[in-house]
Design a protein around this ligand. Structure first.
Ligand code: SAM
Length: 276
């Protein structure tokens, strides 16, 4: 009998990268596969009946088709759809995000890319935020050093008291030291100004900008900063269609690193302003 976890384990090999997108929904997934990862693990527990899962997957298939991205179904079971697209694998688990995270951990994979967008914590649908405890601690434990961390909201990473409904945070902390000792280092913020539903439909004509905070110069412990390479910016640029399809403008890109100096902890609350 087919076992998706075993399949995921078989795909694990040195140099291969896994992207995890919890609370993935079914609307904007084809652009995701342009990220550098080889395997994409998605989870969403919305569909709880065979019919619901069939419809949920059907929407994904149509979205891929409408953007001309091939998608070939490999296996369909009660808890998972597994598909291939241009040599990449996609696993959609109809499970709670935490259960999916456990499965990834069981396979020996470490997460290289994390997409934490619109997870339902504010619109309703999620009982927790993927950027907050306890999920964040579990997630960071499963992420590799140098991993990409994309977010459009976070009480931990943004300044407080912004309206809870907004997905356009302009203030992101330059770095955050998690209690586990892992650091999140702000790499860049993608801003798409003047984005409206009309413009998105007009072939994504909004002008995207990538804002790069001068974190390396101003870091309390510059040695703690990895050299944030051009390839990191490229990964963020790949998120543009993902954003324009959703009609919301800002994504922050952090990199996960091991903390090297205690001193970094005390000053882990700097902010950078990226006006909209
Ligand atoms: C607001 S929708 C957004 C979906 C997608 N991120 C997007 O931007 O289109 C949130 C989705 O997260 C799913 N969800 C919320 N909490 C979840 C959890 N704990 N585990 C799995 N899926 C969850 C919901 O079923 C819903 O489909």
């Amino acid at each position: 009998m087919y076992n998706a976890t075993a399949h995921l384990r078989e795909l694990h090999a040195p140099g291969r990268k896994l992207c995890f997108y919890p609370s993935c929904g079914n609307r904007f997934l084809s652009p995701l596969l342009s990220l550098k990862s080889d395997v994409f693990v998605l989870s969403d527990y919305y569909a709880r009946t065979p019919e619901g899962r069939r419809k949920f997957w059907g929407r994904i298939v149509r979205e891929f088709a409408s953007h001309g991205v091939p998608l070939t179904l490999y296996k369909a079971t009660k808890s998972v759809r597994v598909a291939e697209s241009r040599g990449k694998w996609l696993f959609l688990f109809f499970l709670d995000n935490n259960k999916t995270l456990e499965r990834i951990a069981e396979t020996g994979w470490q997460i290289s890319q994390f997409v934490g967008l619109n997870d339902g914590c504010r619109e309703g649908g999620n009982y927790e935020c993927v950027h907050d405890e306890p999920f964040l601690g579990r997630l960071l434990a499963g992420m590799r050093d140098g991993a990409d961390y994309f977010t459009d909201h976070s009480d931990i990473l943004t300044t407080p008291n912004l309206p809870r409904s907004t997905r356009s945070h302009a203030l992101y902390k330059s770095h955050f030291l998690h209690e586990s000792g892992r650091l999140l280092l702000l790499s860049r913020i993608l801003i798409i100004r003047g984005l409206t539903r009309k413009k998105a439909e007009d072939n994504n004509r909004s002008e995207p900008e990538v804002f790069q905070p001068p974190v390396c110069r101003e870091a309390p412990s510059p040695a703690a900063w990895r050299s944030i390479e051009e390839s990191a910016a490229l990964e963020l640029l790949k998120m543009i269609p993902f954003r324009t399809l959703q009609h919301t403008g800002i994504i922050a890109h952090y990199q996960v690193a091991a903390a090297v100096a205690e001193t970094t902890a005390g000053r882990a609350n700097q902010t950078r302003h990226a006006s909209q």
